[in-house]
Design a binder for this molecule. Sequence first.
Ligand SMILES: CC(C)(COP(=O)(O)OP(=O)(O)OC[C@H]1O[C@@H](n2cnc3c(N)ncnc32)[C@H](O)[C@@H]1OP(=O)(O)O)[C@@H](O)C(=O)NCCC(=O)NCCS
Length: 265
Amino acid sequence: MGTFSKLFRATSHARRIGIWPAATVVGERLWSRKLFLGLRCDLAALPPLRPAQIPVSMNSEASASFDGFALALETARGRDVLEILHRMDICSAGWQTLYVTRSPDGLPAFVQWLIRAADQDGVHESAPGLFRSLAPGESLLEGAYTFTPLRRLGLMTHGVREVLRIAHDEGATTAFTYIAVDNVPSLRACAAAGFKLDSVRTIEWRLGRRRADVASLDDAATHTVRLSRRVQGCPVVRVRPRARVKSTYGAGVPGEASGSPNSTT
Ligand SMILES: CC(C)(COP(=O)(O)OP(=O)(O)OC[C@H]1O[C@@H](n2cnc3c(N)ncnc32)[C@H](O)[C@@H]1OP(=O)(O)O)[C@@H](O)C(=O)NCCC(=O)NCCS
């Protein structure tokens, strides 16, 4: 489904999304830049499990017949409507494999896709350029979602760790995932489940067209340093003028002596 068809579909849910979140999303698709952290997990060194407050058992289910999102959509509000629609799209695109844990009353509690290298083609076709190409033994985790009544019970922390164990037991060595830099709950859950920072992905939207760039940490750091030098050099926004303080390292220019606490680079 194209960007504008998705926006059109979202307008049919506009009342439940709310005017401000809907306008924000339209604005984001027209002109925005968002940062995602690429995380990597060494499956041979998983940390101890942190159990959720309800039992968790991640089982694979056919995404084509999974009706949890359609049910959740009936009562969803705000940006959550968009989160659900996005996952319904993933189901329609046939991404493999959806893992689900259910609450004691049988309702879906937390879901997560585990994509193996052998199943990645459909993912790259429906989301070109967004994800790294997986080598044999590598997996991708995507689409984590905790159904709203069960949030903050540790389900994502436990569920992601379970899916990583499943991947490890099958012989995979490494897992990757991408998380928006402002998605604190996901970042916390993934860190607790064993993920570490690996790369930085930028997604730019320009008049409905998406462009994704992935940079290694070294490249991203170099870019940030260059950017900060440019900002420091700009007379209008000069961040910290060089202070002239008395040097304890002889009569040289303060702040330039090697080892001085005031030295700037
Ligand atoms: C992100 C999401 C899956 C988290 O699910 P969850 O089951 O509530 O997460 P957990 O209970 O395991 O919480 C993980 C951590 O985040 C914290 N947290 C959870 N919700 C939070 C919130 N709204 N604000 C701040 N911290 C929050 C928890 O306290 C926990 O921190 P801890 O490690 O210090 O204990 C859920 O909020 C969700 O479905 N959001 C919409 C979809 C989404 O963003 N998916 C992720 C895409 S990568």
